[in-house]
Design a protein around this ligand. Structure first.
Ligand SMILES: [Zn+2]
Length: 319
């Protein structure tokens, strides 16, 4: 076993709310110097310019914070460097529940405020990092101020670090009463995402495209399976995709399903082929790592907007 990174880590005891609902001191493994670890990884991989990604995952009752150092000069390497096999764990807190209080303590221990990084996580974690209340709130979106009843219909204003900080402060000064939180757009805490006051959450914390992609493909597959069982079986077989009874299709299988959408074309499930085709264009346009030229060239941009509108219109299918 290789121990070359041992000196970067230590075990500390931290007060935490546990997944069981009780609170007590708990040992947590943390990285002592994230900046030092980043420098070490860059030197070992002989990388100069790089993109730092912090991933945070609160699944299965544990909190885990990971680091990926992606070489920014080579797009092919980004794929390798962003993979789970190149992730380094910065903190691991077993049985600790996913809430603002616990996440902020570990965030501060790691001094992640001093690191210029993209942060990724699922929608629940992104709300925690943004200081916005849960996804079931009246204003549930960490990115904008659209209300629950307007989601998907009306766009809200983009939330900034300043707007959340100010609303959370006002809510606290008005007594911090939960049922009044909606008057303050459900802002409850200072965002943990550091940056300029005017930075939007959207820029600091890109939307979790993998989770979104998995959700969409699984929903489309369920819709096909409900009405066209034979076609859905042929599609899954062509994609060599197997469904987990609880979690549905995993990422690789979802990508294969999208690749093999042709199997549905010109048959009874043709409308789903068209829907998947539109989705493919949305994925090509805006699910990538880099900001594509689509955003700067008006003609290409309109292709992307057209595809998105096309996809959204198709979404009127009842799933
Ligand atoms: Zn939003």
């Amino acid at each position: 076993m290789v121990h070359e990174l041992d000196d970067f880590f230590e075990v500390v005891t931290q007060d935490a709310d546990l997944a069981s609902g009780s609170a007590k001191s708990y040992p947590i493994v943390v990285c002592k110097t994230v900046n030092g670890l980043v420098d070490y990884v860059k030197a070992r991989r002989n990388v100069d310019s790089c993109r730092i990604k912090i991933g945070i995952d609160g699944g299965q009752g544990s909190l885990k914070i990971c680091l990926n150092v992606e070489e920014s000069s080579d797009e092919r390497n980004v794929i390798n460097d962003s993979g789970v096999r190149r992730s380094l764990i910065l903190a691991l807190a077993p049985n600790v529940s996913e809430n603002y209080c616990n996440v902020s303590k570990i965030w501060n221990l790691l001094k992640l405020q001093t690191l210029e990084a993209f942060v990724t996580g699922d929608l629940k974690i992104i709300n925690i990092l943004a200081g916005v209340m849960a996804n079931s709130s009246t204003y549930p979106c960490a990115y904008c101020t659209s209300s629950k009843s307007d989601l998907g219909e009306k766009k809200g204003l983009l939330r900034t670090i300043r707007s959340i900080r100010r609303n959370a402060d006002l809510w606290t000064r008005n007594g911090g009463i939960r049922k009044n939180a909606k008057k303050f757009l459900n802002c409850a805490h200072d965002p943990l995402l550091e940056g300029e006051e005017e930075d939007t959450i959207l820029c600091k914390c890109p939307p979790p495209v993998l989770h979104i992609f998995l959700g969409i493909i699984n929903r489309i597959f369920n819709a096909v399976a409900k009405d066209y069982q034979m076609e859905s079986e042929a599609w899954a077989s062509a994609a060599n995709a197997t469904r987990h009874s609880q979690f549905g299709f995993a990422g690789r299988h979802c990508r294969n399903l999208l690749d093999k959408r042709n199997i549905l074309a010109r048959g009874p499930a043709d409308k789903y082929f068209k829907l998947l085709d539109s989705l493919q264009r949305v994925v090509d346009s805006c699910f990538g790592v880099a900001l594509l030229s689509y955003y700067t060239k008006p003609s290409r941009h309109s292709v992307m907007v057209g595809s998105t509108q096309d996809y959204l219109r198709h979404q009127n299918f009842t799933f």
